[in-house]
Unconditional design. Sequence first.
Lengths: 296, 312
Amino acid sequence: MSDSMTVMQERDIRTKTIGQKIFKILGKTGTYAFLLIMALIVLFPFYWMIISSLKTLAEYRQAIPTFWPREVMWGNYVEAFQTAKLGDLFMHTLYVGVVSTIISLVITVLSAFAFARLEFKGKEMLFGALLATMMIPGELFTITNYITVNNLGWMHSFTALIVPFLVSVFYIYLLRQNFMQIPNELYLAAKVDGTSDLKYLWKVMIPLAMPTLISITILKMMGAWNSYIWPKLVANDQAHQMITNGLRNAFTDTTGQANYPVQMAAVAIVSAPLFLVFLCLRKYIMQGVSRSGIKG
Amino acid sequence: MVENKQQWKAWLYLSPAIVLLLVFTVWPIFNTLRMAFLDGYGNMAAMGGQTFQFGIANFQKVIAYDKFLDCLKTTAILCVATVPISTTLALLIAVALNSIKPLQKTLQTIFFLPYVTNSIAIGMVFATMFNIVNYNPVAQTADTWGIINNVIQFFGGTGISWINQGSSYTANIVVMIVYIVWNALPFKILILLGGLQSINKQYYDAAKVDGTPKARVLGRITIPLLSPMLAYVIITGFIGGFKEYSSIVGIFGEKMGPPDDAGRLNTMVGFVYDALEKDRQGLASAGALILFLIILLVTLFNNKIIKKHVHY
């Protein structure tokens, strides 16, 4: 009697665990299916950009679209490069990006060092005031900066693209937090040894804060690459045009008759460097973004 | 003596940052306020020696201007539609990502990809996906339907004009919502997944012991513990939404609308820049201040609602 009871109970438990297992597998399958479908949706525009960029115009225009180009047209890329003068645009953007990143890093490191290590009157107040400016939307600054740049005679120059954005309060804040984690004893020990501030900064603090500095560099370069509004306002001429503005201006025809394969090739060329940088420095970018909460 | 030396050095190190901030951050705050309250202020006219009266005429003009209300309407619609959709989707994706082991890193990278794109460039890709060539609405024919219409037709629907000549405002807005949500997902997923990974596993073990169903775990453990991050992505989502501009330029070009109705999709930020470029800085300043005020109010309102539901 008691024997059959336990057998029945055991069977009960077994069916229950099998049921649970099936349920669990179904749940996992559902989760993966959902994620894969979403991933396909996210990736689709990139896929469409690349295959469209390789089609002939005639194939692109077909009523029933092809999902793989019948004839691979690498020539579209050459044409895109020439039509949009991408070479010049690359050089302008690279110049603005590199120069503003270097100067910006120097200014940020010096300020963050002063806030993190040195004692001076009004330090807390000044730092608080700086942080307060972060709440104001950028559009408010743009209006006056447009006038300032105009009155300084900087219109249509790289100076106008670089100087107004050299200081970012957020980067100073980020680096100061990082510097504060480095024990003060190191600084005092260096002082005793007679090491100068700058040497200490260069030999100790900068190497220790490298991940933050790399994040700042990447975000700053991405900023130059993606900037559109400010360059459009102050330097949208041939000699200074940035890559995003050049791309948009080269293909303004929205009537539907445009040569879309060439346009997609241009978009692919402009997007490629960002992807390469992302794939190589994924960790720093995602770290930087999750801390900063800004669109690069 | 040492103290004094440090003082002097600190200000020396800070001087480049302070000079630049004074010119490009502090001065603009005061000057923008000043220009907003000088009736009809324009820089060129001011340089020419013209003086302006103090008053609130700029604000009156901005509000009375019918296109400003259109801009406000478009901005508000985009905001209200995209923030809930992208937040919900991001939450579901983050929870799903957090529950799997194999492929997690790969999928995470894929979901982050839209972030490292240029919103103008990829906007052009979305434009080609929605683009329709030589559409005839009566005969229901077109030379090229565009891949989105192809998909709709595959499932038995009829293609429509999304962004071209003769497209409706609703169709334009739908395209913008799709694009903005696609663009907003990566940042939200990143923040929410980070939050999920920092939740103490003990809560889930306790739920497992009690045999709590999955949906209840999500509603009673995950979402409450994630609420600070949810609040953060919702607030930044609204702030970003009210500043929407370049995603529209990406799809529609600088005309900010379909070819037959330029400016139809203009936003608040677009309005400010239009006024700025036409040397009507007083009007632009007033518009920017109104935008700032709206963002402030929406953020305070969000905070108030969120305070009731967020568990820190």
